[in-house]
Design a protein around this ligand. Structure first.
Ligand SMILES: C[S@@+](CC[C@H](N)C(=O)[O-])C[C@H]1O[C@@H](n2cnc3c(N)ncnc32)[C@H](O)[C@@H]1O
Length: 219
């Protein structure tokens, strides 16, 4: 399939179980509103967008959608998108940005999977990964504070995400050198095959993008 370079997705020869996948690229024709209390897309957001592979018709969940950057790109790629966030302000912002770009996505406010049902081919999460208060009442603080060691939200996410993953499904996850990386990878290794896809040094930390797939023994 040929996709013009200026469009959302750059065609490549990536295949997974016979299905062509597309790695997303920033689409500058999409228009986003930013809100004070919602995480402003940053290096980690763009890293997630860069590594996610999705094909038209796949079911896609963005956990912790913030402004909806990745969810909305996935919707433009033709995926069936659900975007979820613990913050009502982020849910509202994602919904508004989807409407602004004429794209249909389902939005839901949920603490991880608590109020979410469904099975997804792809789950993407740029989690709050810095050490900080676990249950802050500030929505913007919840966007970066992942618990005492920075990894608690992510570890909980991994403990629940597998139940919402379709056979052959994949998770894309951003982590930082400031997260309790050892704890996260330890929590992941029994159930998931973990691949490092990308790594970037920014001035005070390194960012890592991972792809996780369920081990056959976990089905
Ligand atoms: C680092 S921001 C990423 C936002 C957006 N996905 C991006 O990449 O720009 C983390 C997001 O996760 C949300 N979040 C934090 N804890 C959560 C939880 N327990 N369940 C769902 N979302 C959560 C925050 O509100 C925030 O929008």
């Amino acid at each position: 399939m040929e996709v013009p370079i200026q469009n959302l997705c750059q065609a490549n020869d990536l295949k997974w179980r016979g299905v062509s996948l597309f790695i997303m690229r920033l689409d500058t024709s999409l228009d986003f509103d930013y809100t004070e209390d919602v995480y402003n897309p940053s290096d980690d957001s763009y890293m997630l967008l860069k590594v996610v592979e999705v094909s038209s018709g796949e079911s896609f969940l963005e956990m912790g959608s913030g402004t909806g950057l990745t969810a909305i790109h996935a919707a433009k790629a033709g995926a069936e998108v659900t975007a979820s966030d613990i913050s009502p302000k982020a849910v509202e912002c994602t919904k508004r940005n989807a409407a602004k770009n004429g794209l249909r996505i389902k939005t839901i406010q949920s603490d991880l999977f608590h109020d979410l049902s469904g099975i997804f081919d792809v789950i993407a999460f740029n989690p709050p990964y810095l050490p900080g208060a676990a249950n802050s009442t500030s929505w913007i603080e919840r966007s970066w504070s992942g618990g005492g060691r920075g990894c608690e939200t992510t570890v909980q996410f991994l403990g629940e995400a597998w139940k919402h993953l379709a056979p052959g499904g994949r998770i894309y996850l951003i982590l930082s050198s400031l997260t309790g990386l050892t704890q996260v990878l330890k929590a992941a290794k029994d159930r998931y095959e973990v691949e490092l896809l990308d790594e970037k040094r920014i001035f005070f930390e390194s960012l890592y993008a991972y792809r996780l797939r369920l081990k056959p023994s976990s089905f």
